[in-house]
Design a protein around this ligand. Structure first.
Ligand code: ADP
Length: 883
């Protein structure tokens, strides 16, 4: 075919797909042409050459067929969708067709061990359907909800790698924006028809059987559309892993602790606020020994349960493993030999598993009886662990294991087409081929010695290479002695190469046998792989069991090494923690433990104390203890009673979030609004400063009203840290509100030399210690001193003089902050005047002030504002200059 022809074919195939790039097989290479070649040349540093034909030249870049995977991965992980066209033989030559489209959510070859969810989001009549499929493990989950917020939280929890919005979602800019806010996964447009309820339903029934919708209680159109579209997409992209999707896991969002996306971030569950894994809760408690175990542990932490039975069962296992150190070590040692069975199952169904993958399946199935033995150990025998290990079909697992063991050679080659994969005795025909092959190779191996003896030539060897095939090589000094039947095929500098009729005959036989053996072994291997693929569900069961035990053992390992305690989980009930610690901070600090009590009588704690004293740590610690308990983990405390909550909601003021151009204060208020709407009586709410992002009086007012609302209307457990001590008086008026504060030593009222004790005690703090923090932060000495001075005067007589502000020659003027009215009042002669010191000001200052008051910031452009401010400054400078 001419280059033009090939490029023409490439462009035609490209037209058939909406993928971003096309890799087309041309013999031993996958080639990219034209624009695609230039693109991959840049992205992947591939060499771009020119293919010319019929007077036109085309850029061309290629990779060897066996090397495509890493390039595909690199492209897909950058968010591109790549179509792959394979070449196949036909009666009159060959043809090519697109066999699959590799997308971020269907990249079976990924080496990233974390879950790779492909998500669909559907909205039908105000209901949202969310389906999540991980093609690399076969995990498939579906849920529905009425709340767009909840849909967003779920999406954020699962952290998908590709999102397919349904037709109504795609047209809804707000919803799309919300999705993009909750995940940075690429959003792929997909065929509307796949989301149509009838078609989606049929897809699901084809995949999972007719009864599937009833059995999982999925009668919701949004859920069906979402799930059906995922199946259609996986089928269409051609990764061949449909068979790995063995179960439709419909779940109710109500089974899990509600954690909105903000809270997931604030609590630093899987990564810190700065986006690092290290320092997250997961990284801290993760002692898993397998990647499947790590995925399981992550899932538990981001989806803690609400159901006490499930929680208690996990805790029973963790408790047993915590106590039985030796048995635990043995369990972890056994698990250390396990490979990622769920991934291997998907590779088997996808047809990409090679012989070493199947050996990995065999070895991993081997760990199941070993694990059963380890948990039969007396100290674990009474826990739920033996039941967990018994869940998969152990007999089926053992027979599959035996089948693989009997089939595969111990050290198979990396490719599945060359032979050498199977043990002797596995297949008679293969054994026969191997016998014959060995016979011939033996003959060939002995040939050199036989010929040396026969001819008396000393420099004679028999070898094989690609161009000459088998040959006899004789050194130049002895070529005269070669027998007549030797035919020369090549002359080298110091030797000559010969062949004979018999050698040629044997060579043909070797080639024939090699080819037959390769073909036969490949067929046998595909059969074997298919038989493994048929057991995908079994492999997933075993894989999930191993992952579960790994996650439990990990929690136990952490509990034992960090001296955590089993929480008493009650439903419903108080949150009482004795000597609690922050699970992450305690690892790096000499942590001072704290008590906490939240119950019917004191359900709302106002936490006050100096900045940096530990308020925020104390509150997060409370949230994390509840979360850990509901995930089934021990908790960092001397003792803890945890009443099950339905959700944890947090808002944390510290981080400078300028998300999507919204102001920090706007974000703060949206978060508050979401909490006030979502939290129920059964929730835990943690507010770390509310109203900080606006003027003091606005801030106090909002915080005040929010406290009343949470106390009176929501009635949930709440921890609220605030630097407004004005709020502490609320405890006098609202029965469930109590004050606690972080204690400080050396507090002689001067703000000097104080030490944070980090212990939390009942009662309000008396002041805010801001000056101390200013000092710590290195604010210049004169400013700190002056602040102390001002503060002391304020304390003494609640009055402050404004130094240098007086214009009438007297030293100072006084303004008083009236705690009663929450405003400033004039402390001078004109005690009733509503405009403090107004009488004393010169007209120029007065007019500047008046203009300043009247300026509507929202409606004035920044440039205008700048100009005005400059002008005011000039006018004020003029006033000073006159003095
Ligand atoms: P705040 O919210 O009051 O400003 P933080 O909770 O951010 O204070 O804590 C300030 C610092 O004190 C953090 O570095 C934290 O690690 C440390 N810290 C907080 N609580 C404790 C404690 N109980 N024991 C030891 N260090 C603590």
């Amino acid at each position: 075919m001419t280059a033009d022809g090939i490029v023409g074919e490439f462009l035609a195939l490209k037209g058939e797909t909406d993928a971003d790039l096309l890799a087309m097989q041309c013999g031993d290479f996958y080639e990219f042409f034209a624009e695609d070649a230039e693109f991959v040349g840049d992205e992947l540093d591939l060499k771009v050459s020119e293919k010319s034909s019929h007077g036109s030249t085309y850029p061309m870049a290629g990779v060897p067929v066996d090397d495509l995977t890493p390039y595909l991965k690199a492209l897909v992980e950058r968010g591109y969708r790549v179509a792959v066209a394979d070449q196949y033989e036909t009666a009159d030559g060959h043809a090519r067709e697109i066999t699959r489209v590799v997308t971020p959510g269907t990249l079976l070859e990924t080496t990233d061990p974390t879950a790779q969810f492909l998500a669909t989001v559907v909205s039908v009549d105000g209901r949202y359907g969310l389906a999540l499929a991980d093609v690399t493990t076969g995990e498939f989950l579906v849920t529905t909800t009425d709340s767009a917020t909840e849909m967003g939280s779920e999406l954020h929890r699962f952290d998908p790698v590709e999102v397919l919005p349904g037709p109504t979602v795609r047209d809804d800019d707000d919803l799309l924006a919300r999705i993009r806010e909750r995940t940075d996964a690429p959003v792929t447009g997909y065929d509307d028809a796949a989301f149509a309820p009838g078609r989606a339903k049929r897809r699901l029934q084809d995949q999972f059987g007719d009864g599937v919708l009833d059995s999982v209680g999925l009668d919701d159109r949004a859920g069906v559309a979402a799930a059906g579209a995922v199946v259609a997409y996986v089928a269409e992209t051609g990764v061949g892993v449909l068979d790995a999707l063995t179960r439709l896991g419909a779940y109710d969002t109500g089974d899990h602790l509600d954690l909105d996306a903000t809270t997931q971030r604030n609590l630093e569950l899987t990564e810190t606020m700065h986006g690092e894994r290290e320092g997250s809760l997961l990284a801290t408690v993760d002692h898993t020994v397998t990647s499947a175990g790590r995925r399981r542990l992550r899932e538990w932490l981001i989806r803690p349960r609400r159901d006490r039975d499930v929680i208690d069962r996990r805790l029973d296992s963790v408790a047993a493993l915590t106590d039985a150190a030796l048995a635990r070590d043995r369990v972890r040692e056994v698990l250390g030999d396990a490979y990622d069975l769920e991934r291997l199952a998907a590779r088997a169904t996808g047809g990409s598993a090679d012989a070493s993958d199947l050996l990995a399946v065999r070895d991993t199935l081997d760990t199941l009886p070993a694990l059963a033995e380890a948990v039969a150990d007396s100290r674990l025998a009474d826990s739920p662990l033996p039941d967990i290990v018994d869940r998969p079909d152990r007999e089926a697992a053992a027979s599959l294991r035996a089948e693989l063991d009997a089939a595969l050679a111990e050290d198979p080659p990396g490719t599945v087409t060359e032979g050498g994969l199977f043990r002797r005795g596995y297949d008679d025909e293969l054994d026969d081929l191997i016998d014959r092959y060995e016979e011939v190779t033996e003959w060939l191996e002995g040939l050199a010695d036989r010929e040396k003896a026969r001819t008396g030539i000393t420099h004679l060897q028999v070898d094989r290479n690609k161009t000459d095939g088998y040959y006899v090589q004789v050194g130049n000094s002895e070529t005269d002695a070669v027998p007549d039947e030797y035919r020369e095929i090549k002359t080298l500098k110091n030797s000559r190469r010969y062949t004979t009729d018999e050698l040629e005959e044997r060579e043909r036989e070797v080639l024939r046998l090699e080819e037959s053996r390769g073909d036969l072994e490949y067929d046998l291997f595909c059969d074997l792989r298919d038989r493994v693929a048929v057991h995908a569900e079994l492999l997933q069961d075993v894989g999930r069991t191993l992952a579960t035990v790994d996650a439990l053992a990990s929690l136990a390992t952490h509990a034992a090494s960090e001296d955590w305690t089993r929480p008493a989980v009650v439903e419903p009930g108080p949150l009482v923690v004795e000597a609690g610690r922050h699970p992450v901070v305690e690892r790096t600090t000499d942590f001072v433990p704290n008590d906490l009590e939240l119950d019917d009588d004191r359900g709302f704690l106002l936490v006050t104390g100096p900045n940096m004293s530990g308020k925020s740590t104390y509150m997060r610690q409370a949230a994390l203890i509840v979360l850990l308990a509901q995930a089934g983990s021990f908790v960092p405390a001397r003792s803890a009673t945890v009443g099950v909550v339905d959700g944890i909601y947090t808002r944390v003021g510290a981080l400078d979030e300028l998300a999507g151009g919204r102001s920090t204060f706007m974000v703060e208020m949206q978060e508050l609004s979401n909490i006030l709407h979502s939290a129920t009586e059964e929730s835990l709410v943690v507010l770390d400063e509310v109203g900080r992002g606006t003027a003091t009086y606005d801030g106090i007012s909002i915080a005040w009203a929010a406290t009343e609302y949470i106390h009176n209307e929501v009635g949930c457990k709440c921890l609220f840290a605030t630097h407004y001590h004005e709020l502490t008086t609320l405890a006098d008026h609202l029965p469930r509100v109590e004050n606690v504060h972080v204690a400080v030593a050396g507090d002689d009222g001067t703000d000097e030399d104080i030490t944070f004790l980090r212990t939390v005690e009942d009662g309000p703090t008396d002041r805010s210690y801001g000056v101390h923090v200013a000092d710590l932060a290195g604010v210049p000495e004169p400013v700190v001193d002056r602040s102390r001075d001002v503060l002391n005067r304020l304390r003494e007589d609640r009055a402050i003089e404004a130094r240098g502000a007086a214009t009438d020659g007297s030293e100072t003027t006084q303004a008083v902050f009236d705690l009663g009215s929450g405003g400033f009042r004039d402390d001078g002669d004109d005690a009733n005047g509503d405009d403090a010191n107004g009488d004393d000001r010169d007209p120029a200052t007065e007019s500047v002030l008046a203009e300043l008051r009247e300026t509507n910031v929202a409606e004035t452009s920044p440039v205008d504002l700048l100009t005005r401010v400059r002008e005011w400054q000039e006018r004020l400078d003029g006033t000073e200059a006159e003095e």
